[in-house]
Design a protein around this ligand. Sequence first.
Ligand code: HEM
Length: 468
Amino acid sequence: MNRREVSASSKASTSTSVSGSRLAPSPAASGWLGHAGAFQRDPLGFLLSTAKTCGPVARLQLGPLTYHLVSDPGLIAEVLQARASNYVRDTRSSRRVRMVTGESLLTSEGETWRHQRQTAQPIFHHRHLMDLARTMASVADDACEAWDRAAREGTTLELSMEMNRLSFAIAGRCLFGSDLRERVEAVEKAFPVLLDELFRRTSHLANLPLWVPLPRHLAFQRSLAAIDRVVAELIEEHRRLPRTRVDLLGLLMQARGEDGQVLSDDLLRNQVITFLLAGHETTANALTWAVALLAASPGERDAVEGELDTLRAGDAGAWDVERLSQLERLTAALQETLRLYPSIWIAERRVVAADDLGCWHIPAGSAVVVSPYVTHRSPEHWETPDAFRPSRFLGGGARTLLRDGYFPFGAGPHSCIGQHFALMEAKIVLATLLSRFRVTLLNRALPPPLGGITLRPSAAFPIRVERR
Ligand code: HEM
């Protein structure tokens, strides 16, 4: 047993021995529900403290379900990369997500998943992203008009809503060739209801079927119907566009399924919802935290503003790919934001065959969860892990899962297909807004994050903006 395992098992409750191999240590729990109550009350805090007391692998009991929280970078790489075929995505949480997306790139496995990933991939190629940069910059420019007005009139804005709207508009134009702005309200109301219910159903052991007419269930069904209407309209509108347009929806419409046929309307709907879901709130949350963290850290904000001013000197043109690549301070601030607030903060896998991770036994049929949020805040891998210090990302090459315990976009075959899209979008939006406006937070402290399907602020984020 190495030093870490000794200290882990001494702080946590017993680690039982089963036919020679050992079960991972477990935090204290009571009764049949085990850790379910603690996880439901405060998922982020509970997993952070579990990793601290139990070490690299912790065993959690949610009623009859056994989960393992794996927080050591080397073991996470085993799960997500090296032994990915033994740790599959056919999980409880994935079945819940299916209630909204159906079978899609986010929920499928095996050949079906491979085919869907190959179909969508060309949109995320570097060459195509370069073209999308212009569209992203023009949507970000449009947003400046509203910020200008707010600055002139001294109006209060709500930061998460601003970032959600902007990111939604960018997804609309870049992925679906559509101006989504008039639909933003429907989506803004519907997605949080859907995501909250999905997370509730994942973290609670027993759930009534959706047809039981509880107010919560009715709200879920209404929200799903609202999103379905938006998606149907998007598809219908796209069918009327010239075929020369290259965007994700166009690609999906022309793609052939595994059976060699064009995708059915249902499959097309599933993919569109998936990209709406995966592609806008994630980036919006990252942008919200980034703007807020910079506003709350004047030294870091000044460094980013200085860099933006130098690069823009005498030229008010849009941020293109060439200039974005020179934004070292802004990129570091964004990477540090994604370390502290990784939008997808937890991922689950089901264990196909019994395995050993480190010296811990992982039974077949149990589940493994990995959490960028937990590993990114580990004092073993990051100095002063809770501090916002972008300079740790300056120099020294890209941070990786294995070397640094950094994986905001996941790792292995299911890692984020939209990673470069998201990073480019975030840099363009931040560069456009922060070069023109200074943001002041109206509340003294940042609201704590809320660990649901995504990691979003737990309260409104009122801000004022002024022209720089
Ligand atoms: C800051 C923004 C984003 C973050 C932090 C993020 C994070 C992640 C993570 C951690 C995963 C892996 C989940 C797992 O292992 O189970 C993932 C998967 C995925 N992401 Fe993202 N994402 C972001 C933006 C986007 C965008 C913009 C898109 C699309 C336009 C997107 C589409 C997807 C899809 C489709 C998958 C599933 C990939 C597969 O299974 O093959 N994401 N994302």
